[in-house]
Design a protein around this ligand. Structure first.
Ligand code: KIV
Length: 275
């Protein structure tokens, strides 16, 4: 059973942490079987599983349905629930309440984006209440409108030091790890080397303590867009298309179902029918 101690031990032993996203029972089962270190039920599911154009419209109640499904499928992985837009920004009480709902649904921890006084207080209150928190710095999708688009972060020494300062504050507040998204590899490496807790990179190079990517991206299933940092390990979109086309043809031609996929009536009953 993986825990926050697994993450810290891997970092301390200079071993990499491998994380993926999952939104459903059967994917979670397979990732668990593969012995993934952590599964993020990311708010990316708003786009990948629900077809929204961004992550703003997913609600905490919707997230809980997916967390429950993943928790039923993954018995040994460390499951992190992604707190959606505005589910933790209104007050510490609101954040704490919604984080606790994620834990009750089966998550082992929650992820929050950004770093300001409110987030730091919330991280402290969550960890004191038994809810581990994964931070998220660099490009933070929920702040995309104030950032001004999908912009690479940490491109200057000054900005790298600012992100590092935020990362240290999150570490001191109690985060067990920090996702670093979309920044030059050297920037993420510098930040990682100056923290005690592990960093999990996405589009942040090989110098992080671990990596996370969206599973549907690496399987080539989600094809609306494909970021530069995604490596494709399969082309499920083509596999599904080919299988669906073959199925349609076989149904139309009467090839499927064959006797192999059919149930046979008892001989005695067959005779009664032909009378
Ligand atoms: O929502 C998500 O999937 C994320 C990434 C870090 C993978 O936040």
């Amino acid at each position: 059973m993986k825990t926050i101690s697994t993450f810290q031990r891997l970092k301390d032993n200079n071993e990499k942490i491998a994380m993926l996203t999952a939104y459903d029972y059967s994917t979670a089962q397979v990732l668990d079987k593969a012995e993934i270190d952590g599964i993020l039920v990311g708010d990316s599911l708003a786009m990948v599983a629900l077809g929204y154009k961004d992550t703003y419209n997913i609600t905490i109640d919707e997230m809980l349905i997916f967390i429950k499904a993943v928790a039923r499928g993954a018995k040994n992985s460390f499951i992190i629930g992604d707190m959606p837009f505005m589910s933790y920004n209104l007050s510490v009480e609101q954040g704490l309440k919604n984080a606790s709902e994620m834990i009750k649904a089966g998550a082992n921890a929650v992820k929050l984006e950004g770093c300001n006084e409110h987030i730091l207080t919330l991280v402290k209150r969550c960890t004191e209440s038994g809810i581990p928190v994964l931070g998220h710095l660099g490009f933070t999708p929920q702040l995309m409108n104030t950032i001004g688009g999908h912009k690479i972060q940490g491109k200057t020494a000054e900005n790298i030091e600012m992100i590092l300062e935020s990362a240290k504050k999150l570490e001191n507040a109690g985060c067990f790890g920090i996702v670093l998204e979309l920044m030059p590899a050297e920037s993420a490496k510098h930040i990682t080397e100056n923290l005690k807790i592990p960093t999990i990179g996405i589009g942040a190079g090989a110098g992080c303590s671990g990596q996370i990517v969206v599973t549907d991206d690496i399987l080539g299933k989600f094809t609306d867009f494909s970021p530069k940092f995604v490596k494709k390990y399969a082309n499920l979109s083509n596999t599904i298309l080919n299988s669906a086309e073959t199925y349609i043809r076989e149904v139309k031609e009467g090839v499927f179902p064959s006797p192999d996929e059919s149930f046979e009536l008892e001989k005695s009953e067959k005779q009664k029918l032909s009378c």
